[in-house]
Design a protein around this ligand. Sequence first.
Ligand code: AMP
Length: 221
Amino acid sequence: MSTVNKELNIILMGPPAAGKGTQSELIVKNFHLPHISTGDMLRAGIEKKTPLGLQAKSYMDAGQLVPDEVIIGLVKERLQEEDCKGGFLLDGFPRTIPQAEALDKLLRELGRKINYAILLVADEKILTARITNRRVCPKCGASFNLETKKPVKDGICDLCGHELIQRGDDTEASFRVRLDAYAKQTYPIVDHYKAQGVVSEVNALQSIEQVYGEIEKVLKD
Ligand code: AMP
């Protein structure tokens, strides 16, 4: 368990399949923060067939970003819940400049700000190879990899026992669209946060423990 004295308002950035989900699980467990993953929130909506989930599904299956206004509304509500008062970890949000600007505005209104924007850096060719091995739990959101993070029991989630699935957008074609969306729409937010002096880069192509070790060092600094 890790303790720090200040409020931790963290963003985890990086290309798809860089390990944001896996590292998020470790960060929130050790620093006792709520994990706000917009991808998980949308997938939960799809599973429950909510109007939001149904609206988001076609974008997600195609690897495209869901419209800003949908996502911004979702995060605004979530960040104002009680458990976010002491800090939070945002995973997969913001993903566009308008989302980053909306987040800045909301936090300003709440008298808060992002104090860490961690960027996972990884080569795209290696990520493409990684993606086909990914399996996720549709119930609790845990993520596994058939090569590097196998579930104890084949096809079953270690955490909640639900059957694991391959995400609909983890195909090579959809992944290429997601990488492209990352380069064009999401990467510019790195400069947005660099201007605020809060970005720390971490090499994502190390073991899960090594990547986490570097992140922990940043957060305790
Ligand atoms: P993720 O689980 O973070 O890889 O997100 C999966 C998919 O959900 C993305 O490819 C988008 O279609 C959608 N999504 C998640 N977060 C966002 C966001 N902040 N803005 C737009 N679309 C998003």
